[in-house]
Unconditional design. Structure first.
Lengths: 432, 295
């Protein structure tokens, strides 16, 4: 093994077996008995072999991860991105030894610590002090190591006054801060992090990112899974894109994010009831690779379950903590629209220039029809990426820029004479 | 590449163990048997200690009667057994030892056994969040929960000593073997406990077997009566139950010369206990790799 390569994964695969039941009406008692007996024999065999037993008549293999190979060099900070169910968590679980791969192998050099959840093993009845030792031990720190860093951890978490309070009385902010403070002080050669920055307030997130940047500048190798593209972009030099269990891309982070957001909106079909009269079949904003500042088409497809009328329809765009960023008002002069039972109707349009800053947004719908009225949240996601421009100035990190980019034309700075200042300034005498 | 030059001094491995760990190459592969299973488990001894401490601390936090519960249960059981077996059924005690003392000496290992069984079998499921988020040898969880049972045991032992003082009964020199028999009781309990724990991860209804084992077992083990009342031709078969050997051993060392040890039966119990332990560990090791997927 090359001295520089600290993690090497070769042809990794993880298989799960899922069972299906054949839905048919049993007519003969003989069949029922035969099936039950077969199922029972199967479970007994599974139990004896020590395998997962699966109920159902037919078994299907499902590969959560298939033929994934990559290398990570010492000191590299690698982002792992992909949609939900792409296999990110499975990969992290294999690397952190929680579950074993079904095929392939991983070779790792050095001490590995993984943080798949903030505050794993915190016990609500125990005090902050006790939980630091408990959680530290769970994360793989030795007693001596925790004692050495204890003051640092407490200061980082800002919980000095509450060390003797059971953590069940902590506010959620304090809880998360304490949990992360511990994690931030882990010092393994390889650190595996899953979506842990999704918690805490913005200021604390920033502190954690900074702490992580310090950690990584010490030559530590980090694998980082996140949906927060801003964070990935900021701390990861290279990234891995997973898509339905396979490795899609391995390389520069900017390119990886671009590919990821391109794959994001390919499948916009959803099927969810909005009310007794309507279901939504499709909600798409943009087709491939939505970039900030570019024109973006949108479409809503509704299906009616009975005769109805659509009075209002808007797409809701919400930020990471649920605040409403914008809406796309879909009403036109043709509203309200009367519809017959069992029809599909499409509402579409185009946004001239998407003003949203890069990041992940949630899409919802506001609908008012004859039988339904209200907001339906969390229907889909919108991933906006920054267009790859070489221009100047380089944009600030997305988390400092709010939600929208304002179109404006700055003029070049101009030196002005002092005298012109006085023109609009009223001078009030001190002894008036 | 000079790695150490990039590292701040504070991040350098701090002890010899850390240096060893940092040079270790870890290979993860399908079906790869853990070669250094016991060494690995030993490396996690601090986690074992802290989990055991957590279970004990949590058990006695926010309780009013806490320790009193641990005292009341064996005391009342002892009273009832004495009344039923000694007064009503007129069964003989071991030699000259007072019947309540004989019952209590048998009940100590029995309660240890049943507490370990119930604590361990539920432990993996109640710690599901740990199992699915962090790696460590899984055997740590059921075995650390056995420590809680040992704390209860220690409290019961004090109660027994108080009873002995009240009856004016002096134990013999054999009492020095007590720690050995305690260890034996723990090992004999861990075997079945590990099997049930591993089963219970997948089949949550498996733990309902425990009240049954405990209820049934108290009558096929010499808890309320002395092993000596079992007739010679049944004695050997009776000793197949690993707990029989443990209880006889406890009585032998606590009641001194008043109770004699039936050696072939004791060896039989040791063997069955050892077999259970071996099966338990083997089955647990084989299934523990899939726990995170099942839990």
């Amino acid at each position: 093994m090359n001295n520089d390569v600290i993690i090497r994964a070769e042809g990794l695969g993880k298989k799960y077996v899922i069972g299906h039941s054949e839905r048919e009406h049993y007519v003969a008692l003989r069949d029922v008995i035969a099936r039950t007996a077969k199922g029972f024999a199967q479970s007994v065999t599974d139990v004896i072999r020590g395998q997962a037993s699966v109920t159902g008549d037919t078994r299907e293999e499902f590969w959560a991860l298939k033929d994934v190979s990559f290398e990570v060099k010492r000191g590299e900070v690698v982002g792992i991105i992909g949609r939900n169910g792409a296999g990110k968590s499975t990969l992290l679980k294999i690397l952190s030894r929680i579950t074993e791969p079904s095929e392939g192998r991983v070779t790792m050099k050095g001490r590995v610590a993984s943080l798949l959840e903030v505050g794993t093993g915190f016990h609500p009845e125990l005090t902050g002090y006790e939980n630091i030792y408990l959680n530290g031990a769970i994360l793989g720190m030795t007693h001596a190591e925790i004692r050495r860093k204890f003051d640092e951890i407490v200061a980082f978490a800002e919980v000095e006054k509450f060390l003797d309070t059971p953590v069940k009385r902590y506010s959620s902010g304090m809880y998360v801060r304490l949990a992360f403070a511990l994690a931030a002080h882990l010092e393994p050669e390889i650190l595996i992090l899953d979506e842990v920055l999704a918690v805490g307030d913005a200021q604390f997130q920033k502190k954690c990112l900074n702490q992580m940047a310090t950690v990584t500048s010490n030559g530590r190798t980090v694998l980082f899974v996140s949906h927060n593209m801003g964070a990935v972009k900021r701390i990861c030099s290279t990234s891995i894109v997973l898509s339905s269990g396979t490795l899609q891309f391995r390389g520069e982070t900017a390119e990886a994010i671009h590919r990821y957001s391109a794959g994001m909106t390919e499948d916009a079909s959803i099927s969810r009831a909005l009310g007794p009269d309507l279901t939504i079949e499709r909600l798409s904003v943009g087709r491939r690779g939505i970039e900030s500042g570019r024109p973006v088409p949108y479409e809503i497809v509704l299906r009616t379950l009975r005769d109805t009328e659509v009075m209002d329809l808007s797409i809701l765009i919400e930020g990471p903590t649920g605040e409403r960023v914008a809406i796309i008002d879909c009403r036109t002069a043709e509203y309200p629209v009367s519809l017959q039972k069992d029809t599909c109707i499409s509402f579409s349009g185009i946004l001239r220039a998407l003003p949203l800053v890069d990041g992940k947004y949630d899409l919802g719908l506001f609908v008012q029809s004859r039988y339904a009225r209200g907001d339906v949240r969390g229907l889909s996601e919108l991933i906006v990426s920054e267009p790859m421009s070489q221009g100047f100035p380089v944009p600030y990190p997305a988390e400092h820029r709010g939600f929208v980019t304002l179109e404006h034309e700055p003029r070049p700075p101009k030196i002005i004479r002092d005298a012109s200042l006085g023109r609009n300034t009223q001078i009030i005498p001190a002894s008036a | 590449m000079t790695i150490n030059a990039n590292m701040a001094p504070a991040t350098l491995p701090s002890s010899e163990a850390d240096v060893l760990a940092s040079q270790r190459v870890l290979v993860l592969e399908a079906g790869r048997a853990e070669r250094h299973y016991w060494r690995d488990t030993w490396a996690y001894r601090e986690l074992f200690a802290i989990l055991a401490w957590r279970d004990v601390a949590v058990r006695y936090k926010q309780t009013v009667i806490g320790i009193a519960w641990a005292l009341l249960r064996p005391f009342l059981t002892m009273l009832i057994f004495t009344v039923v077996f000694s007064r009503l059924a007129k069964l003989p005690s071991d030699g000259a030892a007072p019947y309540p003392l004989m019952v209590f000496a048998g009940m100590l290992p029995w309660f240890l056994f049943s507490t370990i069984l119930s604590e361990a079998s539920a432990s993996l499921v109640t710690n599901a969040n740990l199992v699915s988020k962090v790696y460590f040898p899984r055997i740590i969880i059921p075995s650390s929960s056995a420590v809680v049972a040992l704390v209860d045991f220690a409290i019961n032992l004090l109660l027994l000593l108080a009873l002995m003082a009240w009856f004016g009964f002096m134990p013999n020199w054999q009492i020095v073997f007590l720690p050995g028999f305690v260890l034996l009781a723990v090992l004999a309990s861990l075997g079945p406990a590990l099997i049930i724990t591993a089963f219970n991860v997948k089949y949550r209804d498996f733990r309902y077997i425990i009240p049954f084992i405990v209820q049934f077992g108290i009558y096929i083990s010499p808890v309320g009566f002395s092993s000596t009342i079992v007739s010679e031709e049944w004695r050997f078969l009776f000793s197949l139950n690993p707990i029989v050997g443990v209880i006889d051993g406890f009585r032998w060392c606590l009641l001194g010369g008043e109770s004699s040890l039936y050696v072939p039966g004791f060896i039989m119990s040791l063997l069955t206990g050892g077999l259970f332990l071996w099966c338990g560990i083997a089955y647990f090791r084989r299934t523990e790799r899939t726990f995170a997927d099942l839990i």
